[in-house]
Structures are given as C-alpha cells and as structure tokens.
Design a protein around this ligand. Structure first.
Ligand code: SF4
Length: 329
C-alpha cells in the first residue's frame, strides 16, 4: 500500500475547498492520524467519536470525514439526516475488519446472556449487535460498570481488552483476538530499545499497542500505576490533553505517528519521539487534498447505513455516554 506525499502547493486546493464548503454547507473532519496537510484543511480535528459528536452538533448538512470507513459510519449513525462522505472509498481498517457481524452472531450464540462491549473501531453492523460501545478512554469505566457475575464479550482489540481486564479485574471477560496491525507492530522490543536509549524519558502508550505486555504493566506499577508520571496508558485524546499539561522534557509516544504533529502543536516545549517511527496507518493516508475536492464537487463516496442497523448502533453508542441507559444496572 503506497503512502501519498503532500502536494507542493496547497493554495489552489484551499481556495476550491473554501468555495465548495460554503456552497454545500459542508464541514471537513480530520482524525488525529491524518497527515498534517489534511488536518490543516479541516474544520475539526480529533478522535473519531469526538468528531462525530461535533458534526452532529453543527448546522452543517454535509460531512466530509477524512478518516476510515467505520469513522464515517459512526458520523452517519449520529447524524442520520446529514450526507456523510468518505473521501477515500478504500480507507478500511484492519482492526474493524478483524470481526464481522456473522462472527459476532456466532460468538454471542456460544455465550448466551453475555454483555457485548464493542470498541468504537467496529463496523456499524457490529455495533448494532453490541449492548454498549466503548472508546479507549472509557473502556475501563464501561466494563467496570458490569456486575462481576455477568459474562462480557469484549471486542475486537485483544491488547485493549487485556488492559481493561487487568485494570478492572472483571472475572467474566472474554476477549476477541483482533488487532490493529499498526499498533500491534509497536512491539515490546521497540519499547525496550527506546527506553534503554532514553532512560529519563517518560512514556505515553495507547492501549491498542503490541508493547502493552505484563512487563510494561509491571513497570507502570513500579512507577505508580498506569496513570503515573513516568508511564501513562492513554487514549488518543487523552494523549493530547496530557501533552498540553506536560512538564516533561522528553516523551516517548507509542501510537500511530500521525498524532505527533498534534502533540508538538499542543506543547512545543516538549520533545516528543515515536517509539516506532514507522507506525503509520496506510488507510488513513489515502485521503488527499485532490480527493477532498472531488468528493465535495462530485458528491462521491457517500456512506450509507441501513436505518435499522443505525438505530441499534446508535443505542449502543448512547449507552456508552449515558450510564442511565445501561440495562445491567
Ligand atoms: S491505525 Fe489501526 S485502528 Fe486506526 S484506522 Fe488504522 S488500521 Fe484502523
């Protein structure tokens, strides 16, 4: 999969987009993992749930989601009356693709009565089969709210699932063995090498990473727990918030490297260094300025979600943000 380089001159794209956005009452959303030159063209930048919520709350009637398919589907689920477009129709996600709705139906059949917790990095069809969604920021809270005598099917990320199981100690968790190939490729060896080279650096680690091993958690415990100053296990948005407050001089960052520009912008005084500088998502990098213009001009790449699936998926998302809607008390 090739990664596209930035155009030399962005001026023409900026001008065309500005006109088209106004004409069509549209906004551009860009996930933190998008290339810098795409984020600079966006109205909002952030993680997938934040962006979908912001888009829902604006008056814009057209949403261009510079991200991957499950993110655009989430925006459509929250804004069913708006037109949602994906500017790279081939922008899929290895994590979302690691479980299908048919596989989830079969998994549920083997554990009747289990509560299904689906990470937001899943298709609309999978969310529709879940009892509740979660993000990496609230997965511990969601699973922690489920009584210990209930079985839990947690999907699809095995590393996030292991982290949640470790923190909550929930005895009934079953974890789907899916992974994001980008985060899985940030390995214990990458982390060990960087830490050996930089013994005074602090660490920010996304719980989807392959380096989230028992040894890392021992280190986190020795440093005061997973939210200690030395080792912090954080979601995408939490990393940016942490960067703003950071008083560290050097921070090692284990996640997709598109976020590095947001971290540097958040706190230019800190030296942020990627644990694996090759951890770039090829799907995220399929959006180009040219594709943004074509999408708006020709209204191509519209994302459709079946109304019934969208309604069921929306309920799973609403249960995530509103504990009062969770049926397990
Ligand atoms: S970084 Fe991983 S989880 Fe995120 S979009 Fe890419 S493949 Fe999916």
């Amino acid at each position: 999969m090739s990664i596209i380089a930035p155009p030399e001159d962005m001026t023409a794209y900026r001008e065309q987009l500005s006109e088209l956005l106004e004409e069509q009452n549209a906004i551009i959303l860009a996930h933190n993992y998008q290339p810098t030159w795409i984020k600079e063209l966006a109205d909002f930048t952030g993680d997938s749930l934040y962006l979908s919520q912001r888009a829902r709350d604006t008056d814009a009637t057209t949403i261009i989601f510079a991200g991957v398919r499950f993110m655009a589907e989430t925006a459509k689920i929250l804004s069913p009356d708006k037109g949602v477009f994906l500017p790279a129709e081939d922008a899929e996600c290895s994590l979302a693709d690691s479980i299908t709705s048919a596989e989830l139906i079969e998994w549920k059949r083997r554990y009747p009565g289990a509560i299904v917790v689906a990470y937001v990095n899943t298709s609309a069809a999978v969310k529709a089969l879940a009892d509740v969604c979660c993000t990496s920021a609230n997965a511990v809270e969601i699973v922690g709210s489920i009584p210990p005598d209930r079985e839990v099917l947690f999907l699809p990320d095995q590393f996030l699932g292991a982290y949640v199981q470790r923190v909550t100690g929930h005895p009934g968790m079953h974890i789907w063995m899916g992974e994001c190939h980008v985060h899985a490729d940030i390995t214990p060896q990458h982390l060990a090498d960087k830490m050996a080279q930089n013994p005074l650096a602090t660490l920010m680690i996304h719980p989807e990473c392959g380096c989230t091993t028992p040894a890392l958690y021992q280190l986190a415990d020795a440093s005061g727990g997973p939210t200690s100053q030395r080792v912090r296990i954080l979601s995408t948005n939490q990393m940016i918030e942490e960067a703003k407050r950071s008083t560290a001089t050097h921070v090692l960052v284990a996640t997709e490297i598109g976020i590095m520009s947001d971290l540097i912008n958040a706190n230019p005084a800190v030296r942020f260094e990627a644990v694996n500088p090759r951890a770039r998502c090829p799907y995220m990098n399929r959006v180009t300025p040219e594709r943004l213009v074509e999408t708006l001009r020709d209204r191509i790449g519209e994302v459709h979600v079946d109304q019934e699936i969208a309604a069921q998926a929306r309920l799973a998302v609403e249960r995530m943000v509103d504990p009062g809607l969770r049926a397990w008390g």
